[in-house]
Design a protein around this ligand. Sequence first.
Ligand SMILES: Cc1cc2nc3c(=O)[nH]c(=O)nc-3n(C[C@H](O)[C@H](O)[C@H](O)COP(=O)(O)OP(=O)(O)OC[C@H]3O[C@@H](n4cnc5c(N)ncnc54)[C@H](O)[C@@H]3O)c2cc1C
Length: 383
Amino acid sequence: MRLQLTPAQRAFQQDLRAFYEREVQPGWRTRYKTFEELGAYLLDWEKVLYRGNWSVPTWPAEFDGRGADAIERAIFTEETARFDAPEGLNRLGKRLVAPVLMRHGTDAQRSHLARIRSGEEVWCQGFSEPNAGSDLVNIRTAAVRDGSDWVINGRKIWTSFAQFADWVMLLVRTGAADSRAEGISIILVSLDTPGIEISPIQTIAGRSEFNEVSFDDVRVPLENLVGAENGGWPIVRSVLQDERGAEFCLARYTDIRRIFEDVTSYAKTDADRSYPGRIGADYARIYTIQLLASDLLDRGQRDATPEGLESMLKLYTTETWRSLGDDQVHYWAHDLFERGGKEGLEDYYESRHYTISAGTSEIQRNLIAGRLLQLPSSRRSAP
Ligand SMILES: Cc1cc2nc3c(=O)[nH]c(=O)nc-3n(C[C@H](O)[C@H](O)[C@H](O)COP(=O)(O)OP(=O)(O)OC[C@H]3O[C@@H](n4cnc5c(N)ncnc54)[C@H](O)[C@@H]3O)c2cc1C
């Protein structure tokens, strides 16, 4: 992106470049063979980011962030992609949990922010259940008051990074079993609490980013409730909006650029002349992602984002990544096994992930139709 920078923005860029030049270890992506090893490295990276004052560039200054403006966020994205710098393991803590604590947390709950920023506390997101993914109003994990505690029973699934996490932001039913959106609350739960079991799930890529997390009579202090009892649904909607918004999508930009460059370098030497048109279309999509993200950031600064716009960015970003994954496999097909067979396919598998997480592409299309175009929905709409 070509930008006219102010002196402060140029200083931001130079500071970040110097930090990445000093700290990013070339080859970090392929160095770690297991997800556990990679996770440990990304956990350390959180501390490196913190020491360099780069762990939460977008947090407001009142919470000790750098308060990066829209241009500085674009610079951060560009430089992170250029250096192929890691993202860190606490992305859910920093980008999903922190805004909830900033907007709705008590003073005691907000005290987690400093530990999230420093990488001392890793957080995960416990929303999805075996029968409630797109349709989160169906969650069954229940929290019942008992004296000064909530007693929690139930099961969460697809909980990313739970095996590394200290805390979970948990979606629970505090109303009657049929209360749907009106009976949902958010509770902060330390993963050390007795009665919690975390079982990693192996993905097709041979990794275990996901976990199943079960809660068996888990006792949590009443004051760990965020916001009002049964008032969790508007918070869920804002979390999902964040998860589909510019911050998250721009974090995926590093992967998209990396794969795009890989594919382009293949296309330059490949004999198949029919394929490059597809890559031209990918390039147009990447350009559109940048424009949409800048528009969202700009609107966000003015508090003027129409609901549904973030679904467009999420859909574009994740479907572009998926399409690039297909292109990569097309070019790799002849030397796939030299690249390490199944392991060489990690990028390809990962390019599928994000069309599902934070709401599938089908859900995003429905939300664009319903929220931006006010068209009738053929099925019950998801958050
Ligand atoms: C990489 C990754 C990371 C994740 N991390 C987390 C996490 O940390 N925490 C967490 O809580 N969850 C996490 N998830 C879970 C994720 O949010 C759910 O997988 C997702 O919301 C879809 O839910 P589901 O898997 O139950 O599929 P379902 O909701 O059962 O959907 C199955 C299919 O039906 C379609 N469908 C469903 N409803 C509709 C509808 N109304 N209209 C049209 N089509 C529809 C879907 O598009 C999909 O194709 C993660 C998932 C992935 C892939």
